[in-house]
Design a protein around this ligand. Structure first.
Ligand code: ADP
Ligand code: MG
Length: 697
């Protein structure tokens, strides 16, 4: 068996010299491992590749043929067209690339080419390829052989310098060695591979590069997906372990002196979902293991009261509890809400934000330090220098996605490591939560409090806008308030979208001159925004024209109608979050979308009209936008790099991966022992960067 360290530079492989190694390097392929994991971009088999003879005009087809002739043609309008005639065993067809004369350089007569596109009629059948790949050089035996048998064609992401056929030939020369080497790295026992119904690593990579069926491709992908998920979950598990090693968590003693009275004074019973997650939280807090939990629930599921119960347990145990919110306004609202619940208990909520006066600030800081303040709500101001707690036991972070890891970690007592509870404003699918917050435990509030009247969602086309305004006016005339949401602040000449500023002018002048209208957007200073918001909260402002700044947390139960312009510009989760701003009181509420029912986002809008379940919408959002979009938006710098795993399909693998990773770290925290050693080696060669990130914490 030829054994080759996969961490060695590609240059040591057959058929790769120094200059080719450099070109590969520019594609991100530096080591033999990078090459082995360079995943094909597409697969074509007999079911997708058609006989040239059988092509029908109008059909969308993929063909593989040999270049018989080629040439440039100039038309009278001086448009240059590159043409090539492709031939397979059944016949010939002309392929044309109008306006792309440079393509000529890419073809040699005799090359075998894969082309995809629509068949047109132009002096006979003609294919205008959307995509094409040169599979092999003239006379390549392999291609000829594959062309006639029912093989699967594998096409790699290639570059100008490293073309398709080059990659294919490098793979051909080295595949055996590479596969032998990866077999050496197998870290799952045969029995485990069986249990999980996965392929071995070797088989998986073979299936990736040389599949004999599309099912095999998928099986290979699943194994590689499992590896990715397992390794990232192992890193998370190490992070968790590290945190717990650093210092043990706090065991909060419960005496019910506060929790009991809060239960009694609540005007409602907790829902089953709330009770369940509260039990999970209390279990954590009641153990010396440090709590690291992410609390999820749909908009309106009642996360605030759940976190208040947790905070009271901390206070009962003799500790302080802090709630950190991303904006001043949200912090203030939280403080007001919590104070209402705590009034009957005689507990004061302290507030620390950036805009408080120096004197106020000094008092709060003193109370934090001497321990008079037990419950504290604030913004980033809570994690600034000079904020010292007497005995901080629990930190709740609202809208966790708006804070980085560092900021979340910064909120801690100098010698205590408080328990942490993160809350997310908009639900995200379980698989995404597990992939991004694998070091946290997950609690999900199922269901909503009963008696909620669902928001009625209507769709009007732009020329039905007057009808929407009529509905709005009728709500206002009953003393209700309204939101009108725009995707942009200013008019943009590039895109034809409505803007908040322009909309505001028109609404004031032409549509609702008799109403008090406010305008809020992200360009205003914090003070200006607060002033406008407060005027809306007090009921003085009747219509609030806004961008998505109102998306989160704002709670005005008298607002019963929302009109959203250009809803196609918003993601589903964002729309859900916006719609959640109405329907907070006891009367029926409305959300009117102004959009072309046949427009580009018709499918998304249809889903949004059909359901108000945030988890369903989040899943749909993930499916439509793809996971990369979500990871990108988080800016954590700790997002798992998932090349093979697909969170919409692989939740089962993720659950297994997390379970196995956590058990492994529990049994062998330092990854010694035979099994651990392999994993450790793979982690350090595959995830070096992130290993460092995690061990620093
Ligand atoms: P979110 O999960 O979106 O943060 P909130 O905590 O703001 O939701 O709760 C939404 C509203 O529902 C609040 O007015 C809250 O007092 C109320 N609420 C919470 N729990 C219940 C319950 N079990 N029964 C009835 N109303 C509840
Ligand atoms: Mg909330």
């Amino acid at each position: 068996m030829s054994f080759f360290r996969l961490d060695k530079p590609v240059q040591f492989l057959k058929g790769v010299g120094p200059s080719r190694a450099e070109s590969l390097g520019r594609m991100g392929i530096v080591t033999a491992r990078d090459l082995l994991y360079h995943s094909p971009r597409r697969y074509d088999d007999a079911s997708t590749i058609q006989n040239i003879e059988s092509l029908q005009v109008g059909a969308e087809v993929t063909i593989v043929g040999r270049v018989r002739s080629k040439g440039l043609i100039s038309t009278r309008s001086r448009l240059q067209i590159f043409q090539a005639v492709l031939q397979d065993d059944s016949g010939m067809i002309t392929c044309a690339w109008p306006g792309q004369p440079w393509i000529e350089r890419k073809f040699q007569e005799g090359d075998v080419v894969l082309a995809t596109g629509t068949v047109r009629f132009f002096h006979g059948r003609q294919l205008q390829p959307r995509e094409f790949i040169v599979l092999g050089q003239s006379g390549s035996e392999e291609v000829r052989e594959r062309l006639s048998s029912g093989h699967i064609f594998v096409s790699y992401p290639a570059s100008e310098e490293v073309q398709q056929w080059v990659l294919r030939s490098i793979f051909k020369k080295n595949m055996g060695t590479l596969l032998d080497s990866v077999e050496e790295e197998e870290y799952l026992k045969y029995s485990q591979v069986q249990e999980l119904s996965l392929l071995g690593m070797r088989e998986a990579l073979e299936a990736l590069h040389k599949p004999s069926s599309m099912e095999q491709v998928e099986q290979g992908r699943r194994r590689l997906a499992f590896d990715e998920l397992f390794f990232s979950q192992t890193l998370y598990a190490m992070g968790r372990h590290h945190l717990n090693q650093e210092s043990t968590g706090i065991l909060f003693q419960r005496d019910n002196k506060l929790i009991g009275p809060l239960h009694e004074s609540l005007p409602f019973d907790l829902t089953k979902g709330q009770v369940k997650v509260l039990r999970e939280i209390y279990e954590d807090m009641n153990s010396t293991r440090r709590m690291n939990r992410l609390l999820q629930g749909d908009v309106g599921s009642g996360k605030t009261i759940v976190c208040l119960f947790a905070m009271l347990l901390a206070v009962e145990g003799g500790y302080q509890a802090a709630l950190m919110a991303p904006t001043e306004l949200l912090a203030e609202q939280h403080a007001i809400t919590l104070q209402k619940f705590l009034d009957p208990l005689g507990i004061k909520v302290h507030l620390l934000t950036g805009k408080r006066s120096d004197a106020e600030r000094r008092t709060v800081l003193e109370n934090l330090r001497d321990g008079q303040a037990r419950i504290i709500v604030g913004t980033h101001a809570l994690i600034q220098k000079g904020v010292i707690f007497e005995r901080l036991g629990l930190v709740v972070v609202d809208e966790q996605h708006r804070f980085g890891v560092k900021q979340r970690m910064a909120l801690r007592d100098s010698d205590l490591t408080p328990d942490t509870l993160l809350m997310s404003a908009t639900p995200i699918p379980r698989s995404l939560a597990m992939a991004m917050y694998g070091d946290f435990d997950l609690s999900i509030i199922e269901g909503l409090p009963t008696g909620r009247i669902p928001v009625r969602t209507l769709l009007h086309s732009p020329n039905e806008r007057p009808k929407a305004y009529e509905k709005l006016e009728s709500e206002l005339s009953e003393g209700r308030q309204a939101y009108i949401v725009y995707p942009l602040i200013d008019d943009s000449d590039k895109i034809d979208l409505r803007s908040a500023k322009e909309g505001y002018r028109k609404l004031c002048r032409d549509v609702f001159p008799h109403r008090k209208i406010g305008l809020i957007h992200g360009q205003l200073s914090v003070e200006e925004r607060d002033e406008i918001m407060n005027s809306f909260i007090s009921g003085e402002t009747e219509i609030l024209v806004a961008t998505t700044v109102i998306e989160v947390g704002i709670d005005v139960s008298n607002a019963t109608i929302m009109l959203i312009e250009n809803p196609e510009r918003f993601g589903l989760s964002q729309l859900h979050q916006l719609r959640g701003r109405v329907g907070r009181g006891s009367s029926e509420s409305f959300c009117i979308l102004i959009a072309d029912p046949q427009g580009t986002a018709a499918e998304r809008i249809e889903v949004f009209m059909r359901t108000s379940d945030g988890f369903v919408l989040a899943k749909e959002d993930l499916r439509i936008r793809g996971q990369g979009d979500f990871f990108g938006a988080q800016q954590h710098g700790r997002d798992p790099v998932l090349k093979f795993a697909d969170l919409t399909r692989d939740e089962d693998l993720l659950v297994e991966a997390q379970y196995r990773a956590r058990s492994l770290i529990q049994d062998t925290p330092d990854l010694d022992g035979t099994n651990g050693e392999r994993v450790k080696e793979l982690l350090s060669s595959r995830y070096n960067e992130r290993m460092r990130l995690f061990s620093v914490g």
